[in-house]
Design a protein around this ligand. Structure first.
Ligand SMILES: CSCCC(=O)C(=O)COP(=O)(O)O
Ligand SMILES: [Mg+2]
Length: 260
């Protein structure tokens, strides 16, 4: 993948790495072709089966608060279905998707897709004392379920925390990255955000963060420009002997298994 070997290993002052899910640590197509349809076909039955209960009320109240207009089940469902069909990252939809997916994981019908380079990268940062966090549009509950049910096992012990739209804010808003930095208690320049979306990386950079763009080989979208670029997390992890306290290390010659 042209340009995927330009990334440098961020080293000096790196206190925490914050990773996106869809298109970065996990497959875009798995999210869009498996996870989203699973929730989409269960939106109406989920609400109908819980009519009048606290979870049902929670969703209706969330749609009401988000839209600023009172909603009943029918109007809330219509909005939720519209958002799902257009992949609108609306927090009420993300909450409901997470609730529906949790049933799918429990039933063994879903798993979280995590690329094979992710666990070793998380393990490396863990050995370095570097914090490891997730920031996704998916709800925190959905993120936990995703990393708790992967082909590599339960990866949650490798993660220190999770941020979503309700705890940090919109992903293309620089204030969200300022909020995360404040929550983590680190200077923005000591934080690295890794994502597949240029607008998110631009927002993080505007907030003073280090950034790296990911474009996975199975992802046919155009490359993100204006940020260091990789095809997996492997180039962000120094090989043995490469040292851990040098300035940014050029990784142009580092092997990237996902390129093969
Ligand atoms: C398992 S989290 C589901 C991901 C999701 O709902 C989504 O919208 C993807 O957003 P991301 O910020 O991870 O690209
Ligand atoms: Mg993404």
């Amino acid at each position: 993948m042209p340009g995927s070997r330009r990334a440098r290993v961020p080293e000096i002052g790196l206190r925490a790495v914050v990773l996106d899910i869809e298109g970065t640590t996990g497959s875009l197509s798995h999210v869009r072709e498996v996870l989203f349809p699973y929730a989409r076909e269960r939106l109406a039955p989920w609400l109908a089966a819980r009519r009048g209960t606290a979870p049902w009320r929670q969703i209706l109240d969330a749609v009401t608060a988000y839209t600023g207009e009172a909603q009943d089940e029918a109007s809330a469902l219509a909005l939720l279905e519209q958002w799902a069909d257009a992949d609108v990252k609306a927090p009420p939809l993300k909450t409901l998707q997470g609730l529906i997916w949790s049933g799918g994981y429990a039933a063994g019908e879903l798993h979280g897709h995590v690329y094979p380079d992710v666990p070793p990268a998380l393990e490396y940062w863990q050995t370095q004392g570097t914090g490891r966090f997730i920031y996704s549009s998916g709800s925190v509950a959905a993120q936990r379920d995703w990393f708790g049910h992967t082909a590599h096992g339960d990866l949650r012990q490798l993660l220190d925390g999770y941020f979503d739209l309700t705890t940090a804010g919109p992903k293309a808003d620089a204030d969200s990255y300022r909020a995360i930095a404040a929550e983590l208690g680190h200077a923005p320049a000591d934080l690295l955000f890794v994502s597949d979306v240029g607008a998110e990386l631009d927002a993080a950079a505007e907030a003073g963060w280090q950034t790296v763009a990911v474009r996975r080989p199975d992802d046919e979208r155009a490359a993100v420009t204006g940020h260091e670029a990789v095809a997996s997390l492997t180039p962000l992890v120094p090989r043995p002997g490469q040292g851990s306290s040098t300035a940014l290390v050029d990784t142009q010659t580092q092997e990237d298994p996902d390129d093969e």
